[in-house]
Write a protein that binds this ligand. Structure first.
Ligand code: NAP
Ligand code: HSE
Length: 437
């Protein structure tokens, strides 16, 4: 069988995992043995590396890899927006299919890249961009294609789930666990992307586009990360039977008026209280889980390691094999497989944040005086917001902490009620507000 030439842009956590699979084909699918590393681009040629291939194919010039006529598939695992975006486009224009794990680029420039790929008749596959080793992109593109998807939600950042799980189970220190996540290769080169929720927002933008058929604007997604989370809220949530997870959610919005051809979606990322018995509550460590809800399938959950060298390389190689298989068939038909190329088929947009509807957890700091809970309850009632529970926690120094869990309401309704509550003389602060499943 013919060899398929692979060009690798990046040899860090993910790139070295990919090289390792390609160089050890035994026991894997026979197509892996047909893959041949032709060129590998890195930033710093002087860095000490334990190479599983000849040093002669290493270069600090990514264009050398892209333009090498023996390279048929280009793997972009460098990270960052530029030069990654330009290099992907250069590879496409050189007639090469691309595999990338770069969610930051795809979330912002996916539409441009898809159009370039369509014009050039090549594939750009992105399985590793969301959920690490979990197959979620191809199932959304192919296996679930017969469904009307209504909601995609889940835990899609491994670093923050690892941090939250260890803090919860071991009482571990935030900075120490974050350092471990970096050492294990889970975190982004700037871990602010993980802890501020930006990486999860990139990923939900990608999942949303595939699930609902059209790209959304990444910058329209409201995002809160775990850097806003207070240990007190983790503790109160636990006492109420919940665990806090960083969730990313995209669902059809029923509150936004819309035109027939354009679908409004509620999309957001924030730390969220998950009931102890919910399937997402038991997803710990670096694991991710994505719940897809659709008609007629109902609910399916995809679970597995969400970051790290081996799992992410597994997803990258799956994409390489998909393209290699097509190349080896020697199909002279230049049309692209419509499921694999996943063209958009509908306009989607992010609905106004005020129209997002969800249950909420609110923590208030108040005077510890009789009647406060009654007054708060009345103000919620006047705004037609029904309350699932209202509990007073630690009362000390004449202060009380009151936690309210609302039923499903829009963000607009919540904001109006909170501005009334803030004006109560007994209320000192709205100390926390986040979603609740
Ligand atoms: P990484 O460990 O920082 O590796 C980046 C690699 O790219 C390094 O080998 C670096 O070279 C090379 N590089 C950077 N800029 C370059 C340039 N201008 N020219 C040539 N080479 C360049 O990053 P990573 O964790 O493997 O992540 C790579 C991508 O995969 C990112 O988009 C990330 O978001 C995504 N991803 C990562 C994971 C994960 O678990 N880590 C999971 C899913 C997706 P040097 O070796 O010389 O520094
Ligand atoms: N930094 C990312 C995470 C890598 O922790 O989920 C996987 O995309």
């Amino acid at each position: 069988m013919k060899k398929i030439g692979i060009g690798l842009l990046g040899l860090g956590t993910v790139g070295s995992g990919v090289a390792s699979i390609i160089n050890t084909p035994l026991g894997r699918h026979p197509l892996v043995a047909q893959l041949e590393l032709i060129g590998v681009a890195v930033k710093d040629l002087k860095k000490k590396r334990d190479l599983a291939f000849s040093e002669s194919i290493l270069t600090s010039n990514p264009l050398e890899v892209i333009e090498n006529p023996s390279v048929q598939i280009v793997i972009e695992v460098m990270g960052g927006i530029e030069p990654a975006r330009s290099l992907i486009i250069k590879a496409i224009r050189a007639g090469k299919s691309v595999v990338t794990a770069n969610k930051a680029v795809i979330a912002r420039h996916g539409y441009e890249i898809a159009n370039e790929a369509k014009a050039a008749g090549v594939y750009v596959l992105i399985e590793a961009a969301v959920g690490g080793g979990i197959p979620i992109i191809e199932p959304l593109k192919q296996s679930l294609g017969g469904n009307q998807i209504t909601k995609v939600s889940g835990i899609i950042n491994g670093t923050t789930n690892y941090i939250l799980s260890r803090m919860d189970k071991e009482g571990a220190n935030y900075d120490e666990v974050l350092k471990d996540a970096k050492d294990l290769g889970y975190a982004e080169s700037d871990p602010a992307a993980d802890v501020e929720g930006l990486d999860a927002a990139d990923k939900i933008a990608i999942l949303s586009g595939l699930a609902f058929g059209g790209p959304i604007k990444r910058s329209d997604i409201p995002v809160k990360g775990i850097n806003c989370l207070k240990s007190k809220d983790v503790d109160y949530a636990k006492r109420l039977g919940y665990v806090i997870k960083l969730l990313a959610i995209s669902e059809r919005n029923e509150h936004q008026t819309t035109t027939k051809d354009s679908l409004p979606l509620s999309v957001w990322v924030e730390p969220t209280l998950v009931p102890g018995e919910h399937p997402l509550a038991g997803v710990n460590g670096v694991n991710n889980a994505i719940l897809v809800e659709g008609i007629p399938i109902g609910q399916v959950m995809f679970f597995g390691p969400g970051a790290g060298s081996g799992p992410t390389a597994s997803a990258v190689v799956a994409d390489i094999l998909n393209i290699a298989g097509i190349k080896l068939m020697g199909n002279s038909n230049s049309n692209l497989d419509p499921l694999l190329s996943a063209e958009s088929w509908r306009d989607c947009y992010v609905a106004e944040e005020n129209k997002i509807s969800k249950k909420n957890y609110i923590r208030l700091i108040t005077d510890d005086t009789p009647g406060v809970i009654g007054k708060i309850g009345t103000l919620f009632g006047q705004r037609k917001i029904s309350i699932e529970s209202i509990v007073q926690f630690d009362a000390s120094n004449l202060e009380a902490e009151i936690v309210v869990i609302t039923h499903q309401i829009t963000k607009g309704q919540l904001n109006e009620a909170l501005s009334d509550i803030k004006n109560l003389s007994e209320v000192k602060d709205i100390a926390a507000s986040m979603g609740c499943l």
